[in-house]
Design a protein around this ligand. Structure first.
Ligand SMILES: Cc1ncc(C[n+]2csc(CCOP(=O)(O)OP(=O)(O)O)c2C)c(N)n1
Ligand SMILES: *[C@@H]1O[C@H](CO)[C@@H](O)[C@H](O)[C@H]1NC(C)=O
Ligand SMILES: *[C@@H]1O[C@H](CO)[C@@H](O)[C@H](O)[C@H]1NC(C)=O
Ligand SMILES: *[C@@H]1O[C@H](CO)[C@@H](O)[C@H](O)[C@H]1NC(C)=O
Ligand SMILES: CC(=O)N[C@H]1CO[C@H](CO)[C@@H](O)[C@@H]1O
Ligand SMILES: [Mg+2]
Length: 685
């Protein structure tokens, strides 16, 4: 179909909304929206299937703006197509409590699929969405019932392509042959420092071809709408490779400063906006103007989308009759509810059960629940054997052509790509039918910190199976031994860091992680064997912290996590025998969850009257919130057999006792020792 004046008007409307909103906010990025308005117009109006009245319709096409600084493009589109985003919301761009924040946030704004802005993340999210689409189709589609059959589109900029994380994910996407993924690169030769030739001169097209992508170039992304349409059509036809469309554009198209970094991140000047409006036939004295024919055109497309959803709904009704079990499973997953009774599969242990490494306990949990929780979909960053993340009968998520698995498989070979794994999990979770988990060493979760932070911010349920959680990993040494990791992720809002001490606590960690619909979890798991602790139960551990061992007339509380709790139990015996000191023991597997308990409960665990000493083989930072004294490791670890390393740092019953004696001695003259739980005001809101 030929393009007309209305198309041009629509494109210029998008450009001017971006110019007006950034001018009005006196902040923001007009350049990318003005350069990408033509491709956005063609993609949204000719290709994408969605219903603005129901932004969560399962079989919509997904769109990710990986160059999230260009979000005025996305906000303008959402408004024009009739999502619940008004002109006033555009006027409130970048103001406090608006639904149009400085970068797109999925949980704030209807129609935004994933939270982007940290460059490189969005394209990885898009890979995750495309994987989820492929997996969901392979799991639920039946002959004649293409319940899931559509595409993930992603815009990305030079910045995204420079970030290493996008290379990790793109390499995997090529291997996985994700034909439903179409990425469009805003090849405008500009980033903040100016012309990209100062730092970014590789042949990106060749690189992506080498990854196994289909790559096409559109020479004129500013005016050649038919060329853009043809490139997207061609990309859709390639079903066994992801596509990259290299779209040559001019940043800030139309502005007096077009093609320079001056339009990247600063509003245009008033007279510049004026000349744009004059040039394009808009009233120069009017802002946020939308011609009626532009609304009409876009609303027509949205009405087609609503009709497509209606037809899909009747397809789904028929599906429900023919495949009631699958239909019920799909509906349940879309609510993030877990299957009735799934938790009965969580293993429990008795004190006489053998000592087991918590990474192994984690594997047992996964093996026992995977059948009951079919949305569990995970893998490991090339540490499957060490991390024990794969149940025995698992099928790999692989393209059939590789002969290694198929798309219905639930086990992902992420390769050595922790950061992409984290970012892909965010995309997998955003799709709506999958509960993602990923395994690596705890130390290397830090490689993925950029993605973990976005999981927490955008309220994504994703699990990190983070094994080899401390100096207890032994011989691999300080390069692999986490020190600051727990402090870092405990400081991250809305992130649960679990460090279970035994089998019951490991089950508790999984229980809370899986049932918390809006919070990611990191499960820090040991390589070394841990005894089953008398008094641990799932019920107690799901409070985040509890009294493992109470004693009348106690002199001190020992507070610990994971592998050190068992050593504290031995230390308490030693203290009673050798020093006539009575120690009560608190296990604190998760700060975040403990903090959410009532003050009364927290004070019952950490009472007034006696000092508390924390024991954890990592940075002491953060423990001041719970204890008077801290025994930890504020330096790097050491390479050696794990028992020798623990001995070197004195994490032995004797070493802990030495600190306990010093604590009791130091605080004995302090009258009315107060629990650190008592505060003048609540520490968080
Ligand atoms: C991880 C990360 N690092 C740095 C930034 C800051 N930043 C925002 S946009 C940008 C330049 C991006 O260039 P490009 O993607 O080409 O965008 P364009 O200027 O073409 O709009 C940078 C460095 C960021 N958002 N994320
Ligand atoms: C959805 O995708 C399939 C291919 O995966 C395609 O055949 C179909 O036309 C698409 N539907 C719409 C409405 O875009
Ligand atoms: C684990 O929990 C179960 C059930 O609550 C309990 O019977 C058992 O004693 C606990 N195991 C340990 C080692 O405390
Ligand atoms: C421990 O507390 C008891 C009182 O509960 C006290 O009699 C005893 O002296 C204390 N021990 C030490 C070593 O302070
Ligand atoms: C079952 C399994 O694969 N175990 C492996 C776990 O990882 C360690 C290395 O860290 C191997 O020695 C085990 O064989
Ligand atoms: Mg650029």
């Amino acid at each position: 179909m030929a393009y007309t004046e209305v198309d041009t008007k629509a494109i210029n409307t998008i450009r001017l909304l971006a110019a007006d909103a950034t001018f009005n906010a006196n902040s923001g990025h007009p350049g990318a929206p003005m350069g990408m308005a033509p491709v956005a117009h063609v993609l949204f109006n000719k290709f994408m299937k969605f219903n603005p009245k129901n932004p969560k319709w399962l079989n919509r096409d997904r769109f990710v703006l990986s160059n999230g600084h260009g979000c005025m493009l996305q906000y303008a589109l959402l408004h024009l197509f009739g999502y619940a985003l008004s002109i006033d919301d555009l006027k409130a761009f970048r103001s406090v409590d608006s639904i149009t924040p400085g970068h797109p946030e999925a949980h704030d704004t209807p129609g935004i699929e994933v939270t982007t802005g940290p460059l490189g993340q969005g394209v990885c999210n898009a890979v995750g969405l495309a994987m989820a689409q492929a997996h969901t189709a392979a799991t639920f589609n039946k002959p004649g019932f293409d319940v899931v059959d559509n595409h993930t589109y992603c815009f990305l900029g030079d910045g995204c392509l420079m970030e290493g994380v996008s290379s990790e994910a793109s390499s995997l996407a090529g291997h996985l042959q994700l034909g439903n993924l179409i990425c469009i690169w805003d090849d405008n030769h500009i980033s903040i420092d100016g012309d990209t030739n100062c730092a970014f001169t590789e042949d990106v097209a060749k690189r992506y071809e080498a990854y196994g992508w289909h790559v096409v170039t559109v020479e004129d992304g500013n005016d050649d709408l038919a060329g853009i349409e043809a490139a997207i059509n061609e990309a859709k036809k390639v079903t066994d490779k992801p596509s990259l469309i290299k779209l040559k554009t001019i940043i800030g198209f139309g502005s007096l400063q077009q093609g320079t970094h001056g339009v990247h991140g600063s509003p245009l000047k008033a007279d510049d906006i004026k000349q744009l409006k004059q040039k394009w036939g808009f009233n120069p004295d009017e802002s946020f103007a939308v011609p009626k024919e532009v609304y009409d055109m876009y609303h027509k497309h949205s009405a087609d989308g609503a009709e497509a959803e209606k037809q899909w709904n009747s397809l789904l009704d028929k599906y429900a009759k023919e495949f009631p079990k699958e239909h019920a499973d799909l509906q349940r997953r879309l609510k993030s509810d877990l299957p009735e009774g799934w938790e009965k599969n969580l293993p429990t242990y008795t004190p006489s059960d053998p000592a087991v490494a918590s990474r192994k306990l984690s594997e047992t949990v996964l093996s026992k629940i995977e059948a009951a929780v079919p949305e569990l979909f995970g893998g490991s960053a090339d540490l499957t054997g060490s991390n024990l993340t794969r149940w025995k009968t698992a099928v790999d998520f692989q393209p059939e052509a590789t002969g290694l698995g198929d798309y219905s498989g639930r086990y992902v070979r992420y390769g050595v790509r922790e950061h992409a794994m984290g970012a892909i999990m965010n995309g997998l979770a955003a799709y709506g039918t999958i509960l993602p988990y990923g395994g690596t060493f705890l130390n290397f979760v830090s490689y993925a910190a950029g993605a973990v932070r976005l999981s927490a911010l955008s309220q994504v349920r994703a699990l990190w199976v983070a094994t080899h959680d401390s100096i207890g990993l032994g011989e691999d040494g300080p390069t692999h031994q986490p020190i600051e990791t727990l402090a870092h992720f405990r400081a991250l809002p809305n992130c649960m860091v679990w460090r279970p001490a035994d089998g019951n606590e490991t089950s508790a960690a999984y229980y809370v992680a899986l049932t918390s619909k809006h919070t990611p979890s990191i499960l820090a798991l040991s390589r070394q064997n841990l005894p089953q602790l008398e008094g641990s139960t799932i019920e107690k551990a799901i409070k985040g912290g509890y009294v493992l061992h109470e004693v009348e007339g106690a002199n001190i509380t020992l507070v610990s996590t994971g592998s050190e709790v068992g050593i504290c139990v031995d230390a308490a015996k030693y203290l009673a025998e050798k020093h006539n000191i009575k120690a009560r023991i608190v296990s604190m597997p998760c700060f975040e969850v403990f903090d959410a308990q009532s003050k009364e409960y927290r004070l019952s665990v950490l009472p007034d009257g006696i000092p508390a000493l924390s024991v954890e083989v990592m940075s002491t930072m953060g423990w001041e919130r719970y204890t008077h004294e801290q025994f930890g490791i504020n330096r790097f670890g050491a390479s050696g057999a794990y028992k020798d390393v623990y001995k070197k740092f004195e994490f032995t019953p004797e070493g802990i006792s030495k600190r306990a004696v010093a604590t009791v001695d130091f605080w004995k003259d302090v009258p009315n020792v107060r629990s650190p739980i008592n505060r003048a005001f609540q520490q968080h809101i």
